[in-house]
Design a protein around this ligand. Sequence first.
Ligand code: HEC
Ligand code: HEC
Length: 343
Amino acid sequence: MTNRLFSFFKPLSIVAGALVMVFVFVLMSCGNNTTTAVKEENGLSDTTVFVAPDTATIPNDQFGEMVRYGRELILNSAKYIGPEGTAGHYLGNKMNCTNCHLDGGTRAFGFNFFSTHARYPQYRGRENKVLNLGERINNCVERPHNGTPLPLDSKEIIAMECYMRWLGAKVPVGGHVKGDEMPELEFPEREADVQKGGAIFAKECASCHGLTGSGVFRPDSSTYIYPPLWGEFSYQNGSSPSRVIKLAKFIKANMPDKKATWRKPYLTDEQAIDVAAFINDGEMHPRPQKKDRSVPDYADYKFKAIDYEAGPYVDSFTAHQHKYGPYKPIIKYHKDHNLPVIF
Ligand code: HEC
Ligand code: HEC
């Protein structure tokens, strides 16, 4: 039986073999460029970061329509779901998702959505729950946007999910791709220096974000030219960007806008940490508080990020040290005690 099958497939495999050889020959005769192009088309080569697909490739069908609407929502969130939004009033401020998820979530090391769809539903220690993608989107609606969650079956949530699905369609389920993470930071031995951070802010950031950190509105006040960094219209306490390390990583790869890139950061790691600490200093710079404060921030505080600003913690380091560092002793303690090191 095996032999008969084999003899049946044998001629086929010879034909297939010949085709492969022709293909290899064509590839070789086109030189290196072709090989690179093939690699980059997958977006998964070792030498380059993941490249988001071209918007021209969004299909012209019902799915494509949802993808386009989802992209619109990420780029012009305030217009649709902001305080005066045309599709409902959900966000508590007029920021757009793309203010943090840069270029609509397509920029490497810019809080992108490359592998987001591939990694949800996902267990999250913070909530001690399996969160689906819609629920994770609502986390950002509630925390950085200081708003109220959208219905999970709303057209808007589904459209944003479709956009993320389209964006990361080539990412293996559960996987990561190069550039979906944030850059590494070398932590200083000292705690973050808020005074130094203030000086950096005045010199490098205030020209756009304003000395008062409240950003600059578009002339029609519909949304921002330069988004706010603190104050009543900025992200909430306890949201991801209110953590010093998380924010410093974003700043390192992306700010000042147009000057910094992940390939060539503008600030040193220490400067990025100092300016992030200045922005997130709660005494100098108040920001909206979580609305329902009776719900604990972390179901199990073993999973609390080490730069989270409020206790209780699994260790005995102060809230001040957790927020401003020095971080190394905390990291060492967690490693020595087999505790998660999350930041
Ligand atoms: C003020 C900044 C800010 C704004 C505005 C913001 N987010 Fe986020 N978002 C973050 C940060 C920070 C994270 C955590 C990223 C990380 O841990 O690397 C995050 C994470 C996410 C994630 C999970 C990504 C993943 O791969 O795990 C989703 C989904 C998301 N945001 C959607 C949105 C949507 C949709 C909007 C607009 C309605 C939005 N966010 C607005 C800062 C923001
Ligand atoms: C040339 C103008 C410019 C300068 C200078 C600049 N930024 Fe920004 N920044 C922007 C713009 C524009 C965005 C929104 C990006 C987008 O929507 O594409 C932004 C977004 C941000 C965000 C995320 C959104 C938010 O409001 O929370 C942070 C944080 C930030 N900048 C911090 C800084 C820091 C820190 C510096 C100085 C080291 C700095 N920026 C310098 C223009 C600037």
